[in-house]
Every structure is written in structure tokens, then in C-alpha cells.
Design a protein around this ligand. Structure first.
Ligand code: FE
Length: 285
């Protein structure tokens, strides 16, 4: 067993996106090469609806998957495939934009909005795949409860539990891990994957480091090579983090706002299709 040590720490910064949603931008275009195949990570944590109810009105995506996970909150959603619904406490929406989807994501007022949105890149030969949407409600997400730890398996595997989502393109693992004060857990991960952990609450140390090695919330921690991630919470605080693991694509990235392709020509084509109203290739209604 080889524990993955800390390779790089990225601290999120406050940003405003959509029609005026205050969020913490953790990963973006400057982190792509290190965090491949993960493109973007935005984190939400607010008790002030004024910070988020303006939402993300109708906008396009192509070439990526967007994964929205809410620990607390309520996001109303609608898209060009005809899907409509709400992501609620503990629920996750896994959307494959593929060749193109137009959607809106509108957080509703709730006591606390706590969650995140991750963008996973699609491989070059799947960027124009059929768009798809899966609503993974909390009841469908298996939870492995052990002494001092609770792991919700959104995708991939933990112990013998397969995740709620079997990723179609990039074989990504996503685990929501809650640790009681002083608790530790070992998470096996594929050796070739890029792996990072986003700390939502409390603090986490890696590879059983002593006190002082704890990293605080709002940080994405990229891990070095190995087959196991060891996470520990400090004695005085419970902690919560999400682990992401996925095989790197190692392909060129051309990123223009909500669209991520491999070349500038493909980006230009996408934006001209948006202008010409020929962007959407698939409708299911
Ligand atoms: Fe979106």
C-alpha cells in the first residue's frame, strides 16, 4: 500500500458568476494541466439567499460533463432535452453536455445552500456525444457508515458499494466523506488516476501526518502517486470533504466560457452555431 501525499494545494477564491451568484471558485483554466480530467470546481456555502437566487439563467454547454451536488439546498433545473426538476438535499445531477445542451440552474432560497459543481472534461472522440441528464436523488446514493466515518458513493466504488452513477466516458470516482473528530479512513484509488480532495468543512490531514499538517476548508488538495488516500480529521472538529479521482485525458484544451473543446476552430464553430441557432443537435421532446 502506498499512501498518496500532498502534491499541491489550491485555495479557492470568492467569485461571482451566472446572473450574480456568489461562489468560491476552486479550479479553473489555470489548474487544468495538474487536475486533468477535472476542469472546474465551484463551491457554494451561503445562508443568504440574496447571494445565490439570481442563479444561472439559460446558457449552453458543450464538450463536458457538469456534476452538481448539494449537501443542503434546492436548485431548480430545466434543459433543452426537456428535463425539469430540482436538486435537493443530498442529491446530485450528472449532466453530459456532449454535443450541446442549453439549461438553466436556479438556486431557490433555503436555510443553507451548501454544495458544489464540478466539470469533467470529455475525451476528444466523445465531445459530440449525445447529451444526457441523470437525476441522482439522495435515496439512490449509497452510504457506507463505519465507526467515525460516513462515505456517500456518488460514482466509482467504495468498499463493495458501487456508486449511484456509472460514469460513461471518464471513469471518475466521487465520494463525499464525513469524518468524526479524530477519525481516519483509507480510500483505495486507481494508481494511474489524478486524485484531489476538496475540503468543505473542518480540516483534513493526509497520510496520517501529525498535528500541524491539517489543511483547512476551501482548499483543493492534489495528491501525488499512490494507491491509497488516507484522510484524518483533527481531534477537536468533525470534517467533511469530497474526493475526486479520474484518469487524465492528456489532450489539448480549448476553453471558452461554458464550452470546452480541443481546438480554437471547434470553439469558434460552437459559438457561431449558438449565434445561428444550430447549436442544439439533440432534442428528446
Ligand atoms: Fe450550466
Amino acid at each position: 500500500m502506498e499512501y498518496r501525499t500532498v502534491k499541491k494545494v489550491v485555495t479557492g477564491f470568492n467569485a461571482v458568476d451566472g446572473a450574480g451568484v456568489h461562489l468560491v471558485r476552486v479550479l479553473g483554466s489555470s489548474t487544468v494541466s495538474d487536475f486533468d480530467p477535472f476542469l472546474l470546481l465551484d463551491a457554494f456555502d451561503s445562508v443568504d439567499p440574496g447571494e445565490y437566487t439570481k442563479g444561472f439563467p439559460w446558457h449552453p454547454h458543450r464538450g463536458i460533463e457538469t456534476v452538481t451536488y448539494l449537501i443542503h439546498g434546492d436548485i431548480e433545473h430545466g434543459d433543452s432535452l426537456g428535463n425539469k426538476g430540482s436538486i435537493l438535499d443530498g442529491g446530485c445531477q450528472w449532466m453530459t453536455a456532449g454535443s450541446g445542451i442549453i439549461h438553466q440552474e436556479m438556486p431557490q432560497a433555503s436555510p443553507r445552500m451548501l454544495g458544489l459543481q464540478l466539470w469533467i472534461n470529455l475525451p476528444a472522440n466523445e465531445k459530440m456525444t449525445k447529451p444526457a441528464y441523470r437525476d441522482l436523488t439522495a435515496e439512490r446514493i449509497p452510504v457506507v457508515d463505519e465507526s467515525g466515518t460516513r462515505v456517500a458513493v456518488l460514482s466509482g466504488f467504495y468498499k463493495d458499494s458501487p456508486g449511484a452513477m456509472k460514469a460513461d466516458y471518464v471513469d471518475a470516482t466521487m465520494l463525499d466523506i464525513a469524518l468524526d473528530p479524530g477519525a481516519s479512513v483509507n480510500i483505495p484509488v486507481p494508481e494511474g488516476d489524478n486524485v484531489f480532495v476538496y475540503i468543505i468543512d473542518g480540516a483534513v490531514s493526509f497520510s496520517g501526518g501529525g498535528a500541524g499538517d491539517f489543511l483547512d476548508r476551501r482548499r483543493a488538495v492534489l495528491l501525488a502517486a499512490g494507491d491509497t488516500v488516507r484522510l484524518s480529521a483533527p481531534e477537536d472538529r468533525s470534517s467533511r470533504c469530497v474526493l475526486f479521482s479520474g484518469p487524465p485525458l492528456d489532450e489539448p484544451v480549448a476553453w471558452g466560457g461554458p464550452i470546452v473543446m480541443n481546438t480554437q476552430d471547434e470553439l469558434d464553430a460552437a459559438f457561431s452555431e449558438i449565434r445561428n441557432n444550430t447549436f442544439i443537435k439533440e432534442r428528446t421532446y
